[in-house]
Structure formats: structure tokens, C-alpha cells
Design a protein around this ligand. Sequence first.
Ligand code: AMP
Length: 337
Amino acid sequence: MSLTTPAAPHPVLPASARPRTLSLLKPTGRLTLGNLLGALRPMAAAQPESDGIYGIADLHALTVPHDPARLRALTRETMTLLLAAGLDDSTLFVQSRVPAHSELAYLLECTATTGELNRMIQFKEKGRGRSSTRVSLFTYPALMAADILLYRPSAVPVGDDQRQHLELARDLAARFNRDYGPVFVVPEIAVPPVAARVMDLADPSRKMGKSHEDGSGIVYLLDPPDVVRRKVQRAVTDSETGADAVRRSPDKPGVSNLLEILEACAGPRAAAGLTTYGALKAAVTDAVVATLEPVQRRYAELAADPGAVDAVFRRGEARCRELTEPVVAAARAAMGL
Ligand code: AMP
């Protein structure tokens, strides 16, 4: 019996018409001001022109030790916050509810090599050498490649930390196309649009990240005004005094960060005339509270009506299934399944 069968002609699936923006957020912590200014707000602003597809990457959250009840709660909170941040006109989904992601991830694991995955810097940093590391942390780049290739974007904007994973996704797509037929669009690597980069208020050398354990320098989107005020009051600055102490400079990371936040929240002229750190912190507090207020108000309305949130996600997930199922079907057929 011969194991080779002539391959069926592969349908070359149409690429998307409107430019497609795809982004997945891992529900491993509560969303922060950094997520809002660096991701959600630019995503909402791009809505009319781009076909935004935004997912909650709950499968990726399983690559490190996790608590099921916390994951469920964070997924629900993130769903509600994406809507509260104004992403109503985008396609929103929870990754595990679109089965094509895990199915294509397996097919891509059968395209990748252990040598390739071993070279991934994130795995080297986070997992290698620890006996308790989950296998899924090692294979994570195959799932991420599936997340991308399923939606056939022509370009994917990525920051430096994800560049190596995107290069792998491109290699896997090109190899798959060469070996089995033209199923995937090989996405270009695009420079992400400039967005605010918010640093931790207590340690301005690191990003304000939702997975950090010490939350004293992190403003969460659902922090009430008095908590925002306390965190900003305690923000690290420096000992400079004098009329021009309030300025951006590489050797003033704390003050530069406060100015970045202030201008991102209240506009480029918002710091004009501020001469003391006390006045700067008061202005930052007011600007952040005013930025969070409409998000929190909408969050409270939506949290009281979880059925409305579910309906939006059900619609988004149906569209994602529609978009992704033909891609997986083509990949399965090409591989001989
Ligand atoms: P993460 O929370 O690291 O999973 O990132 C989700 C999205 O939020 C990505 O688009 C990040 O670039 C963006 N993001 C996360 N933290 C920050 C931050 N501190 N400043 C700006 N953007 C951020």
C-alpha cells in the first residue's frame, strides 16, 4: 500500500479586504492603565478603518501554573473591560471558544521542530531547566502562530518581545505552503504604531505590567479614585528641585513617566506651567481619574448585564469560527487528514 496520495488542489483562500488588526490579551492579571493607553485606546480609535479582531488568550494563560476560578474571573472581567473601553465595533472573542486555534496549533506543532522551539528566547528565560515547566510553555509559539495564521493578516505589528515568535510563524507558514500547498498568507512584520508606554510608578525601570506581583506602582483600570491618588502620590520621582525639574530626561525615569501618562491622558499641553512634583502628581491624578471614569462607569453598567456582554462575544466567536474553519479545513486536507 502506498502512503502517498496525490494532494488535492488547495483552495487559495481570500485574504481580508479591510486591513485586519489582530491582538490577543492574556487574562493573567487585571488590566492596567498601560493596557488602556498602549493597546485598548489605540485599538478603539482605529475601529472605523480597520477590521479589528481582539481575543482573550485564555489558552495561553494555561502555560504557567494557574487557578481555574481566578482564570474564569479574569476572563469575565477582561471581556467586560474590552467593551467598556469602547471596542463595540470590533470582533471580540475568547480564544478557547474558537476551536480552530487549538486544532491548527497541533497541525503547526507537526510542522515545527524541537530545535526551533528550543531557540525561543522567551522559553529560555521562563522555562528551560525547570522540571515543573508545562509542555505548553514550550509549544506556545505554535499556538501563537495558529492565532495569527488563522486570520490571514497581511502584516502583523509586533514589539521586540514578540518578534522572534512572529518570525517563527512566518517560517512555519512558508514551510507548510512549500511542503503541502498554498494554504497560509505569510504575514509581513510591521512596526507597531507609536503608542504610550507606561512604566511602573514604584519602579519606572520596568513596564507597568498586569502580571507583576507587587501592585503598588500599578494603576488598574478598576482602581477607585482614592487608590489612584495614593499610588500616584507615592510614585518615585527624584530629588531635583528648581523651576525646570518637571521635564523629560533619560536620567529622570520617574518624572518622565508621569509626564508621559499626563500627556497621554490629558493632551500634549497638559504639563505646561507645572513646576513642582506635587503639582505634577496632582495633575496626573486628575487626568488618570478623568480617563478611567467613563471606562469604570460603562464597566459598572455592563457588569450588571452580563448577558449583553455574552451576546457580543457570542457574535464575535461565531464570526471567528466562520473565518477560521475554512483555513483549518484547507490545512487538514493539505496534510492528508
Ligand atoms: P500584556 O498586558 O503584556 O499582555 O499586553 C497586552 C497589550 O497591552 C499589548 O499590546 C501591550 O503592548 C500593551 N501594554 C501592556 N502593558 C503596557 C504598558 N505598560 N504600556 C503600554 N502598553 C502596554
